[in-house]
Design a protein around this ligand. Structure first.
Ligand code: AP5
Length: 210
C-alpha cells in the first residue's frame, strides 16, 4: 500500500509511521527527517533550508517535490511506502499524482491544544534521532536516550512561537488537502488523541496487513 499520513504538526504522524513501517515492512519517508538529516550533515540542501525549517515555514515546492521523486525511485519504495509530511500543499499533491499512485490518505485528527502539548513536550535524541515526550513517552533517565544514551534536545521549531506559526501554515496551506483527497475518495480519518497503541490498533483494523 502507498500511504500518505496527513495532519497538523505534532499529531503523531511520525510516531505511528515508525510502527506501521515495521509491521507492514514498508519504508517510512518523512520529508522533515530528510531535511533535518541534511541540516545535521551541513549539505548544500541543509544550509539552504535550515532557517526556513527553524521558523516553521515550508520549504519550496520545487525543492521538496524533487527530493520526494528521487526518494520514491529507490528500490525499497517499490512495494509500498508511508509518506509522512508530504504533500503539504496542493501543488505538491498534484505533482505527486504524476509520480506515483496513492492508495490511501490517513488524516490525523487532533485539536490545537493537543498539538501544543505534544510539541512543547517533545524531546529528540541528538545521536539516533529517537523522539520522546516529557509526559507521554518519558525516557528512563531524564534527558538521556533509552536507545543510545545520548543527550536529548528540543527542536527549534518546537519553541512556542514556531509552533503557532506552523499551525497557521498548516491551516492555510496543508488543511485544503483534506478536501482534495476526500473528493478523490482516498481519505480516512483517524482520531489522533488516544495513546499510540490504540491508534495503531485502529489503523491495523482499517488497513489489515496482508
Ligand atoms: P516535519 O518533521 O514533517 O514536521 P511536522 O509535520 O510539523 O510533524 P512533526 O514531526 O512535528 O509531528 P508528527 O505529527 O510527526 O508528530 P510526532 O509523531 O513527532 O517537518 C518539519 C519542517 O520541515 C516543516 O515545518 C517544513 O519546514 C519542512 N517540511 C517538511 N515536509 C515539507 C513539505 N512537504 N513541504 C515543505 N516543507 C516541508 O509526535 C509529536 C510528539 O507527540 C512526540 O513527542 C511524541 O512522543 C508525542 N506523541 C506522538 N503520538 C502520541 C500519542 N498518541 N499520545 C501521546 N503523545 C504522542
Amino acid at each position: 500500500m502507498n500511504f500518505i499520513f496527513l495532519g497538523p504538526p505534532g499529531a503523531g504522524k511520525g510516531t505511528l509511521a515508525a510502527k506501521v513501517a515495521l509491521s507492514y515492512n514498508i519504508p517510512h519517508i518523512s520529508t522533515g527527517e530528510i531535511f533535518r538529516a541534511a541540516i545535521k550533515a551541513k549539505t548544500p540542501l541543509g544550509l539552504k533550508v535550515q532557517a526556513i525549517i527553524d521558523s516553521g515555514s515550508l520549504v519550496s515546492d520545487d525543492i521538496t517535490v524533487e527530493l520526494v521523486k528521487d526518494r520514491l525511485a529507490q528500490s525499497d519504495a517499490q512495494n509500498g511506502f508511508i509518506l509522512d509530511g508530504f504533500p503539504r500543499t496542493i501543488p505538491q499533491a498534484e505533482a505527486l499524482a504524476n509520480i506515483v499512485k496513492v492508495d490511501s490518505v490517513v488524516n490525523f485528527d487532533i485539536a490545537d491544544e493537543g498539538v501544543v502539548e505534544r510539541l512543547s513536550g517533545r524531546r529528540v535524541c541528538k545521536g539516533c534521532g529517537q523522539n520522546y515526550h516529557v509526559k507521554f513517552m518519558p525516557t528512563k533517565v531524564e534527558g538521556k536516550c533509552d536507545s543510545c544514551g545520548e543527550d536529548l534536545y528540543t527542536r527549534d521549531d518546537d519553541k512556542i512561537e514556531a509552533i503557532q506559526h506552523r499551525l497557521e501554515v498548516y491551516r492555510s496551506q496543508t488543511a485544503p488537502l483534506i478536501d482534495f483527497y476526500k473528493e478523490k475518495e482516498l481519505l480516512t480519518d483517524i482520531d489522533a488523541r488516544p495513546a499510540t497503541e490504540v491508534i495503531l490498533s485502529e489503523f491495523e483494523n482499517k488497513f489489515p496487513c496482508k
